[in-house]
Design a protein around this ligand. Structure first.
Ligand SMILES: Cc1cc2nc3c(=O)[nH]c(=O)nc-3n(C[C@H](O)[C@H](O)[C@H](O)COP(=O)(O)OP(=O)(O)OC[C@H]3O[C@@H](n4cnc5c(N)ncnc54)[C@H](O)[C@@H]3O)c2cc1C
Length: 446
């Protein structure tokens, strides 16, 4: 997602709550909160995405015995790297560091990792024309007294007519949602806690590469790949985790970091069943469809960012922030648009639909210089099933309830469990991994 687009279109943000530091986050940024702990129990982490890897990294630093069970054949979760498609490495999932004021910003500074500010310009496809600015302000989704209705409905109420439909879709898409499902009130309330900073940065060697080197490298030997957790029995003092091949793993504590659709769909059975309050909270956290399509061309005919397409509301020049400059355009497709493209079935149908839209915008130049495409559909990944979590109408305090631990045994992390307004992000996921290790350490000390 490109939060910058949302921020640029939301003038109120710079004077709003985003600049207020969160005390919880400041606590999170102090890496050493505990002296060494004496604990001879074991912690199992489910999921080797950013949250799971960071939890593991901290557990290791505390000398606590742990293991990570990961369903897929790779670690990283919604982070991934595509090599060989262009003459620079490409992020298949998370790409931008949204602000440096967070744990990852600290790690970047410490490790001297190369990142570049992305201050590329926005161009809008509006009323069948490319324009540099819109006739009406679209900064209506921030501020006080906002109603708990969808972005789509609110935009219409505020006089943004149908010509703004895909601009609004883009704003909601940044938040990983359909404009008809994202709550104006809920999204604004959660965004008020944002304390990470407004600038977006890109990694020369990919976000995945950074996490791989700084976190995964330290804990790789403890990751059990291709291990699909299907059952967690926490009815006895020792917890029994069963995978899809019926292997059983015993542990004292579990940190569950799987994406919210996995928890909602019941892919993991709990014994005893999770309390109703918890499952209701899960059901209130939204996660929509999402995909990234990389289109390689022989000719650079496009603008840096193109906002407002009917097939894809956000295109971005993928070479920004990279040392090499093969010509690659990213189609960042979210919500209903991602569902539509998924329904076309094949990668070539998806690519053709995008090329057709780009041909309309750029007078046939897309097809004329098209070379190849790579489709990364996160919705069809069985262990992710979507993009990232968003605030539904009526979300209330669902994230807090979802994040509460159970009986000093089950701990919940992952981006959707971030209650500091940093859900949807890698650093937000990392914060939850850290938080749950702190919770475990607190429980051990009791
Ligand atoms: C297209 C896209 C673009 C994005 N862009 C950005 C961006 O630019 N910047 C940003 O900060 N964030 C971005 N994000 C969001 C970011 O990627 C996520 O917030 C973050 O990576 C989530 O980390 P996590 O650890 O919570 O979950 P995940 O990374 O999803 O990790 C959960 C892990 O659990 C595993 N799992 C699932 N089920 C089971 C099971 N039954 N047993 C065992 N393991 C299981 C999964 O395989 C996965 O590895 C983007 C996401 C997407 C999809």
């Amino acid at each position: 997602m490109d939060r910058r687009n949302f921020i640029k279109q939301s003038a109120l943000l710079s004077i709003g709550g985003l600049l207020i530091p969160s005390t919880v986050l400041s606590a999170c940024r102090k890496e050493i909160l505990f002296e060494d702990v004496n604990y001879d129990g074991k912690v199992i982490i489910i999921g080797a995405g950013a949250a799971g890897l960071y939890a593991a990294y901290i557990l290791k630093s505390k000398g606590i015995n742990f293991e990570i069970l990961e369903a897929s054949a790779n670690y990283g979760g919604r982070l991934g790297k595509l090599e060989g498609f262009a003459n620079f490495p490409i992020d298949l999932g998370a790409e931008w560091l949204h602000g440096k004021n967070n744990i990852l910003g600290d790690l970047i500074t410490k490790s001297k990792t190369k990142i570049t500010l992305d201050d590329s310009s926005l161009t809008y496809w509006f009323n069948n024309q490319l324009v540099n600015s819109l006739p009406q302000e679209t900064d209506i989704f921030e501020g006080d007294g906002l109603p708990d209705i969808s972005f789509k409905e609110y935009a219409l109420q505020k006089g943004l007519g149908s010509e703004y439909a895909y601009i609004v879709e883009n704003i909601a898409g940044d938040q990983g949602a359909d404009a008809s499902l994202l709550s104006v009130f809920g999204n604004n309330k959660e965004e008020e806690n944002w304390s990470s900073g407004d600038d977006d940065f890109k990694f020369q060697e990919t976000f995945f590469g950074f996490i791989d080197k700084q976190l995964a490298d330290q804990v790789k030997d403890k990751i059990r790949l291709n291990t699909i957790v299907s059952k967690i029995d926490y009815s006895q003092s020792t917890i029994q985790i069963t995978d899809s091949s019926n292997n059983v793993y015993n542990t004292d504590k579990v940190i569950i970091t799987v994406p919210i659709p996995i928890l909602k769909s019941g892919d993991i059975e709990f014994n005893p069943a999770l309390p109703d309050e918890k499952t209701t909270a899960f059901s209130k956290i939204g996660m929509g469809a999402g995909m990234k399509v990389f289109l390689k061309f022989s000719n650079k005919f496009f603008n840096e960012n193109i906002i407002g397409g009917e097939i894809c509301a956000a295109y971005a020049d993928e070479s920004i922030g990279k040392a090499q400059e093969d010509i690659v355009l990213l189609a960042f497709v979210m919500g209903e648009q991602a569902e539509y493209l998924t329904s076309l079935g094949s990668d070539s149908s998806i690519t053709n639909a995008l090329l057709q839209e780009l041909d309309t915008i750029y007078n046939g130049q897309a097809s004329a210089s098209f070379m190849s495409a790579h489709v990364q559909n996160w919705t069809t990944n069985p262990f992710v099933k979507g993009a990232y979590s968003y605030s539904t109408i009526g979300i209330g305090d669902a994230r807090s309830i979802a994040a509460q631990s159970i009986n000093g045994k089950l701990y919940f992390a992952g981006e959707a469990m971030n209650i500091n307004g940093h859900h949807q992000t890698v650093h937000g996921a990392v914060e939850t991994g850290y938080r749950e290790v702190i919770n475990i350490l607190n429980d051990i000390k009791k």
